[in-house]
Design a protein around this ligand. Structure first.
Ligand SMILES: Nc1nc2c([nH]c(=O)n2[C@@H]2O[C@H](COP(=O)(O)OP(=O)(O)OP(=O)(O)O)[C@@H](O)[C@H]2O)c(=O)[nH]1
Ligand SMILES: [Mg+2]
Length: 325
């Protein structure tokens, strides 16, 4: 059996909203590429302690606030790694390349301009994604929906999935440009769930090109996988709704950037589905490389649980959808 090298790496944020990347030495494994600083665990060492030690050695900083972001198991031709990636939101000291390596603070949206090792693709996505994903409530008018999303953006929501199953074409066409503008101005991203002009064969939608990407229902995911189409970049991000390990495999096959996994807990919106619970959520997350939002019965209080189980965070409708009054 191949030995898997366990590596701890940090997506380090500064107070200006930037992320630190470092360049790997030319003669190192995956040399000359950019990386998230970190290194191999020593015998008996926990990932979090290893990361704190590596960041001290490589950058001269002491990480003081860390939370798990994503775990990626990747096989290079010459070696297998388990990348245990953490978000570092607070540290002391001034980060500098203590081993002579170039280091750079960059804005999250420009991360895709840098060349990283192949294993890093989902890490870059995870680094750009927030912890909370708002899904809009289906039964509202365009105006009410815009108003509620505005309120949610004020609450700090940074990712919105527009899911208006009952809207007509005209309503979609009227809402999307305005919603996209609202989100852009708040620094948030907008995903469209089943826009009326979606062409499943090509995974394209003119409306989605006004937004940041497209969200596939599990049925659409199945159809996209069956058509044998693998995205190599249609319109921004591609996300999908998954409920089983099989659907997570389909999402990987299609090249989906992130998923929701549901129902984790019991939820009033889908009372007929039995919740999988946190243990099953954790097991399914462990078996995929894609960032996963827990969905179903989620409230802000569930966020730490999702993160500790390996999730990207939580997705919800009602939690950040102030009730009508
Ligand atoms: N630190 C880090 N390593 C990564 C990333 N992506 C990735 O594939 N790796 C791989 O994970 C392994 C980590 O190695 P490392 O070179 O940082 O380990 P280290 O700091 O302990 O170095 P050393 O071997 O010089 O003591 C390498 O094989 C590297 O190619 C990443 O973003 N950050
Ligand atoms: Mg290192």
């Amino acid at each position: 059996m191949t030995k898997v090298v366990h590596v701890a790496a940090g997506v380090i944020h500064n107070t200006r909203g930037q992320i630190l990347i470092a360049k790997r030495a030319d003669d190192a494994h995956q040399g000359g590429l950019w990386e998230f600083p970190g290194g191999k665990l020593e015998a008996g060492e926990a990932a979090e302690s290893a990361l704190i030690r590596e960041l001290q050695e490589e950058l001269g900083i002491t990480a003081t606030h860390l939370s798990p972001l994503i775990q990626i198991r990747h096989d290079y031709p010459d070696k297998s790694v388990l990348l245990d990636v953490w978000t570092v939101t607070a540290f002391t000291g001034e980060a500098h390349g203590r081993e002579g390596q170039p280091v750079k603070w960059v804005s999250p949206s420009t991360l895709s301009d840098y060349q990283f090792p192949a294993a890093n693709t989902p890490i870059v996505t995870a680094a750009q994604l927030p912890r909370r994903l708002l899904i809009t409530d289906a039964e509202v008018s365009v105006e009410l929906c815009l108003q509620k999303v505005t309120e949610a953006l004020h609450l700090g929501i940074q990712l919105v999935q527009l899911r208006q199953k009952d809207w007509r074409v005209e309503q979609w066409a009227a809402a999307v440009p305005r919603m996209a503008k609202l989100c852009r101005e708040a620094g948030a991203r907008l995903m469209l769930n089943s826009p009326p002009d979606l062409a499943l064969e090509t995974l394209e939608s003119g409306l989605a090109s006004l937004a940041d990407g497209l969200h596939l229902t599990s049925r659409q995911l199945g159809a996209a996988a069956a058509s044998g189409r693998v995205t190599d970049k249609h319109v921004g991000w591609l996300s999908a709704a998954c409920h089983t390990d099989g659907e997570l495999r389909l999402a990987e096959q299609v090249g989906v950037d992130f998923v929701t996994l549901s129902p984790v807990l019991a939820t009033g919106t889908h009372p007929e589905q039995a919740p999988m619970g946190w243990e099953q959520f954790e097991a399914l997350v462990k078996n995929t490389k894609i960032p996963v939002y827990a969905l179903g019965g989620m409230n802000d209080g569930d966020l730490p649980e999702s993160v500790s189980r390996g999730g990207q965070g939580i997705a919800a409708i009602s939690a950040w959808w102030p009730s009508q009054n």
